[in-house]
Ligand binder design. Structure first.
Ligand code: 5CA
Ligand code: ZN
Length: 374
């Protein structure tokens, strides 16, 4: 499983958290089924937004990336997200990224813009495509979206507006690495292609991230790998999460409308309540974050914990089957949470029961939903 990681220039917000929680549940469900899960996640620790932020704040881009990566890891462990087996930054993976770029050029599916003073290297979508395998978009739609990005005019030797940059030639003030194509730094999409393929191989079971990454990021990163391997699709399952918003707008670092995991943490909010607030919506749907969601989740957590510390409760077997079946149905977390509610109601309703059930339910909720039983 390959999941697109953060660009570490600002702290983790609840949109990021929701996305990583969704993949955490996949990780947990697979482990529960007895699979050995190879989970790889990248860190985009050299790219335009990070460099721009570092320049704006007059700080060293490496220091910024290191600091925010550390906060991200703390936030994830606070939220009880099981860590990936490999969490790989582009900078540490530079040699293998450069190797992949060289391979794309050698295979004739990438070219260098020698007409520009900055000879960037592009992936040739005509030679190496098709592009759009992940999004399913028509070329016209991709062109429309690409036109909202940078215009062709600034890149005299770029053959098509859809050709993504894979190696950006050195500009003054930007970090650069040596390569056979001249000094520069890698494009964004190829970072993910190279890291995913290096650690997981030519074909993988699942790749994903938030739905904002479908195009161009995942279309391009899939196309890079597929051009080299001929094995299509690169990922058997592309999984995308919905966007978490605040007051009607997508929560994003560039808009600045953020609720940070670290601020909730500083307020003493329980990680279990944050998990339940985010898992109460389906991972694919766009959702709003409100304080009311959090309050409701905290009440639910309190109720579960009272039930899980009762001396007895209804036998756990039926609940375990229900939670597993809800999660197996495209991660129906609202259904899984409702099943636990039902058990908690019955346990708190009193009467005799099974004395091992509260402990078993605590372990189930811990393992599958990542919510600490107390
Ligand atoms: N570093 C790239 C991926 S290689 C990147 O998109 N980084 S990010 O920091 O912008 O986002 C990290 C992850 O959180 C991505 O999977 C992204 O799709 C997801 N994400 C960003 N904003 C939201 C949001 N508002 N709701 C849900 N997920 C989000
Ligand atoms: Zn990515």
């Amino acid at each position: 499983m390959y999941v697109c990681g953060v660009t570490p220039y600002d702290a983790t917000h609840l949109g990021h958290a929701a996305t990583y929680l969704a993949f955490d549940l996949i990780h947990r469900v697979w482990r529960d089924l007895g699979h050995r899960v190879d989970y790889v996640q990248n860190i985009t620790d050299v790219d335009d937004p990070l460099l721009e932020r570092a320049a704006r704040d007059h700080q060293d881009w490496r220091a910024l990336a290191a600091r925010e990566t550390a906060v991200f890891r703390e936030d994830m462990s606070f939220l009880r997200v099981l860590p990936p087996r490999h969490h790989v930054g582009a900078v540490e993976a530079m040699a293998l990224i450069i190797d992949m770029i060289a391979e794309l050029v050698a295979d004739g599916v990438a070219y260098r813009d020698d007409r520009s003073p900055h000879p960037d290297v592009y992936f040739d979508v005509d030679a190496g495509g098709p592009l759009g395998v992940v999004s399913g978009y028509e070329t016209s739609a991709m062109l429309r979206l690409a036109a909202q990005g940078d215009g062709e005019s600034r890149h005299p030797g770029r053959r098509r507006v859809l050709d993504p940059v894979i190696w950006r030639a050195h500009r003054d003030g930007e970090p650069a690495w040596e390569s056979a194509l001249g000094p520069g730094r890698p494009g964004w999409h190829v970072q993910c292609s190279a890291i995913a393929r290096h650690f997981l191989g030519d074909r993988i079971d699942l790749a994903g991230g938030g739905r904002d990454l479908v195009f161009p990021h995942h279309d391009c990163s899939a196309a890079h790998v597929e051009a080299l391997t001929g094995a299509r699709p690169f990922a058997a399952c592309w999984t995308h999460t919905g966007m978490v918003g605040l007051e009607g707008e997508k929560m994003s670092k560039s808009r600045g409308n953020l609720v940070l995991v670290s601020s909730l943490r500083a307020r003493g909010v329980d990680a279990g309540a944050i998990r339940l607030a985010l898992l109460d919506g389906h991972y694919r749907s766009d959702r709003e974050w409100t304080e009311e969601h959090l309050r409701r989740a905290q009440r639910r957590l309190d109720r579960w914990r009272s039930a899980m510390t009762r001396p007895a409760g209804p036998p756990s077997g039926e609940l375990a089957a229900a939670v597993r079946s809800r999660l197996a149905d495209d991660l129906d977390t609202p259904g899984a949470l409702a099943a636990v509610d039902g058990w908690a109601d019955a346990a708190l309703g009193g009467g005799d029961g099974d004395r091992s059930a509260p402990g078993e339910v605590g372990a189930l909720v811990d393992a599958l939903l990542g919510v600490a039983p107390r």
